[in-house]
Design a protein around this ligand. Structure first.
Ligand SMILES: *Cc1c(COP(=O)(O)O)cnc(C)c1O
Length: 407
């Protein structure tokens, strides 16, 4: 069965009507999507915005090719800040508080290390069981470097609040769980941290560009996130970091590279960190990658973000409602959209084979061992009809798989 053979039901017609009425449907044309595909993996690698391909040509030919070293004095040095300023409104951050830099892993390291130094009499890094692996690998590696007796404590999500006490220097959590899409109550967690004196570091990799985040209103301390998922910055795009303005100058990056120096081009023999978010920069910024991310973020310009993210939730709801009740299929994501990101996770014992079949039919999601299938719904380029068709194909694949399991 190919995509064109999805039955023309009343349900499918209704999805088509929703697409016709969708105020964001024009945004899909700003992406270069291969034909015949339903791309539901933008939570892992965002699609290519058309403007990025054009912009990369300009940057390479004119900025690099023609300007050569003068490029540094014509915008390149400021690009980490400019790109950060485009991310800021997506995460409720004030200007001059977001820097696009390094990878998410490295930004986790820099901010977690700075938090440990700021809490010298505390010895626990707290997190939840099942946090994204790189986050925990980074924390464990960090404990070996501090010269202090720091331990990493991972507790069940429901036990976080009880585990927050005056031994905890840092709590680090992923705002949206990469598997289930479950969302933390950021305001409540921040308040609990502040009540005990711990710092809190959020990983927004599955949140930025997918759900409303308000770091200011929730009084968040620090955050990091990914540039290549819902922000569409391209494979290995620079990540971002946030530090609340009043905290910035009280925290010191452990990676004292020259780009965090007050005056990198004085070539001074002593390190003096910049004031502000720039102190969390390290080495020379990757201009090609930053240019792509900066251009990709323009798709979010002048957009009603609450309405855009509500569309993503509508797509997730439609997908869930279409597959719910299929024998053998478990829905892992919350049904309540208020506590769910913009992807849906389901489980089935034949998940790997089912994802292969869907992929051969043009539906691209992903498989996470042992039995999880994830489907990401970017509200920028996914349509209601995509959510419907993918759900029908998933339901059919599960039903066939169940029938063969019973043979
Ligand atoms: C994708 C993701 C990362 C990726 O980190 P990199 O350093 O870019 O490889 C980190 N944390 C979370 C929660 C993620 O979802």
């Amino acid at each position: 069965m190919s995509l064109t053979q999805i039955p023309d039901t009343a349900q499918r017609n209704e999805a088509e009507e929703c697409d016709k009425a969708d105020p964001f449907v024009h945004l899909r044309r700003r992406f270069d999507l291969p034909g015949g595909l339903i791309y539901l993996d933008g939570n892992s690698l965002g699609a290519l915005p058309r403007g990025v391909a054009v912009r990369m040509g300009e940057v390479i030919r004119h900025e690099w090719g023609d300007r050569l070293i003068d490029g540094w004095w014509n915008g390149w040095l400021d690009l980490p800040h400019q790109t950060g300023a485009r991310i800021a409104p997506l995460i409720g951050a004030p200007q001059n508080s977001v820097l696009a830099a390094d990878s998410t892993s490295i930004n986790l390291f820099k901010l977690a290390a700075s938090a440990l130094s700021a809490r010298p009499d505390r010895h626990v890094i707290l997190s939840e069981v099942g946090n994204f692996p790189t986050d925990m690998y980074i924390m464990e590696g960090l404990t070996k470097l501090t010269g202090r007796d720091i331990s990493v404590r991972e507790v069940a999500p429901g036990a976080i609040l009880d585990a927050l006490d005056d031994t905890v220097a840092l709590l680090t959590l992923s705002h949206i769980d990469y598997r289930t899409a479950r969302m933390w109550d950021m305001a409540a967690i921040n308040a609990a941290c502040h009540a005990t004196g711990a710092l809190c570091l959020w990983d927004l990799s599955h949140s930025a560009g997918a759900v409303l985040v308000d770091l200011t209103a929730t009084n968040a301390d620090m955050a990091v996130g990914c540039g290549y998922k819902f922000l569409n910055g391209g494979p290995g795009a620079p990540a971002f970091l946030y530090v609340r303005p009043d905290l910035q100058d009280s925290l010191d990056s452990p990676l004292q590279g020259w780009m965090g120096h007050q005056d990198p081009f004085a070539f001074s023999g002593t390190y003096k960190p910049k004031s502000g978010i720039g102190r969390f920069a390290c080495g020379t910024p990757p201009i090609l990658g930053l240019s792509a991310l900066n251009e990709a973020l323009k798709v979010f310009d002048d957009i009603d973000l609450p309405a855009l993210f509500a569309k993503g939730q509508d797509l997730c709801d439609r997908f869930i409602e279409t597959v719910v009740g299929t024998d053998g299929l478990t829905i892992l994501s919350p049904r309540d959209r208020a506590v769910r990101g913009s992807h849906v996770a389901v489980a089935h014992q034949n998940a790997e084979a089912i994802m292969k079949r869907l992929s051969s039919q043009g539906v691209i999601g992903d498989f996470r061992p042992p039995d999880i299938m994830r489907f990401g719904f970017s509200p920028l380029y996914c349509r209601h009809v995509d959510a419907h068709d993918a759900a029908i194909l998933l339901r059919d694949a599960v039903m066939e798989s169940e029938a063969s399991l019973q043979d």
